[in-house]
Design a protein around this ligand. Sequence first.
Ligand code: BDP
Length: 679
Amino acid sequence: MTTAQVDPAVHPAAHPAWLPEAAFAPLGSRRIAVEIAEREWSRLEAEVAATVRAEVEAAVATHGGAVVTPDDAPDLVLAVIAHNDRDAEAFTVARTNGVTRVTAATPRGLLYGLFHVVRLGEAAFEHGDLDVERHAPATSLRMLDHWDNIVVHPAMGQVERGYSGGSIFYDDGVVREDLSRVAQYARLLAASGINRVAINNVNVGPLETRLIDDLLPDVVRIADVFRPYGITTHVSVSWASPVRLRGLPTSDPFSPEVRQWWAGAADRVWAAIPDFGGFVIKADSEGQPGPFAYGRTHADGANMLAAAVAPHGGLIHWRAFVYNHEQDWRDRKTDRAKAAFQHFAPYDGTFADNVIVQIKHGPLDFQVREATSPAIAAMPNTRVAAEFQVTTEYLGHQKHAVYLGRQWSELLSFPYWGEGSATMADIAVGRGPGGHAGGFAAVSNVGDDVFWTGHPFSQANLYAWGRLTWDPTADPIAILDEWTGLTFPGAPAEVRSTIHTILDESWETYEMYTAPLGVCFMVYPHTHYGPSPDGYEYTPWGTYHFADRDGVGVDRTVATGTGYTAQYPEPWSSVYESVETCPDELVLFFHHVPYTHVLHSGKTVIQHVYDTHFDGLERVRSSIAAWEAAAGEFPADLAARVTDRFAEQLRSTTDWRDIINTYFLRKSGIPDAQGRTIY
Ligand code: BDP
């Protein structure tokens, strides 16, 4: 089905995002043959096969093409054929004698092939002969996690860290009756490459705990909506479920009753949804219950759950975001950055085969700039997933125009053992030293907002995340072009160039006007929006910058600091240990330096702070000028939203500039070399 699947009476303004009908024009105006052999397909494959047919039928009905038989001169053949491709999601594209031919071993592969042809547009039909080109995802674990609550949370709302309205799944206290928006979402995700979705917050409240119990029929409904697009449903579970749901006195993983309880829960879930994906769990983290209460390790906890789901082929995504959030700020030696490695690396090799340890890309928390997590490289005998955040918790709440494709690419290509060695992406897809694949997971940025993502341009992040999970080496700016082409098909050249001007380097711009040089966390506590340089400085959260009158930054060296640099393999351990070799952008992440410290760039730290904050604001002003010149080329409702967001971004960026500059001027007493106004 096309976007017609969304009931206009219920969602009058749901913007079709990157698959408006017009994006299907090149394909839909052709003669298309779909060949899917009758076979004993699984329910998933059978439903995806129906989706492929429905997509094609809707496209030709809208754009004047026809569904034809393979012998009836098709322009495009989409065929599931006996293939020896072992990757069920792979497809090939070729072109001979004026016919474009997409083949796959399964309907799922064919669906990805169909969306590939949509992406290519006219180019799919223009060329002469083209050799067979194979496309396959880097991993079969391409996931989005929703931090959606069924019941509105008093502090966090319906969607924790959500900046796009309410949840597409839940409406205060219940799972929505009408899931048509979810169907549309599933389609968008499939077209970007995502194939797994966890549907509820990792901070699992009492009501949400019931998703694997009496609310299971609602999960069945959601899984039914995702399945036709090849997407597997996962649920976040509470470690305390046996206590909360059945009143067992304990959640101890070594208790036979507890093990039995989880086995029973898994049996129930898989009986209801035979192709269910598995459980995501946040345990012993930020107040969530976990195995520590019983003197057990995370491996004990994860393996117990793994045993329960293993008979069903299920997975456990066990999050490694474990640290002491009640730390005494007076304690300068306990370094939160060290926590994931300390808690998990010693247990490498002891996790069950169906456990994926899900590790945030950095050791702190999705900052605009932080080092890569050393824990990701420390577990060669464990399946490790790299976790990212599409929702912009620390990056402007989808009020600021910030495209994250470049940040993610840079992180994914970080070579943990030096130039040419295995990267973060390699490790995640099973091409690291131990060869175990855990894949990718990220927190979604979608809500029931008419533009899906609050800032319409934040859709590009969601799209890019899917594309990068499919191919982590893809060029993020080419992905941005793809998104633009699909979202605004046929738009004038200004649309594409304006989006480039605004978004290409927007991550770097955001970094310029917020916390400098990898120092992190100069945001308002709790909301994580806007500048509050000392907001976290004297709190229990373990996120400090130690600015005083002489200098700033966290000494994480072995020689004089917390010893965190030792968690990296060489060469990074030495590179980061020395202030001489540490890259400028991370200098305050690893070192406490005087304001007069001279960076590799030739500037002092203090002058760098001033210059980037003044320049960052200028860059935002240029983006706004580019936007104003081209706004008329965009749909009016979308343009109005973007204009609104820019007004807020300008206000907020001005705050950032003035507050951060003033803070450092007052701390250091060193004036701006260019004599600009600082308050
Ligand atoms: C932090 C968020 C918090 C999440 C937590 C997590 O501030 O809302 O619950 O991460 O990842 O970034 O579990």
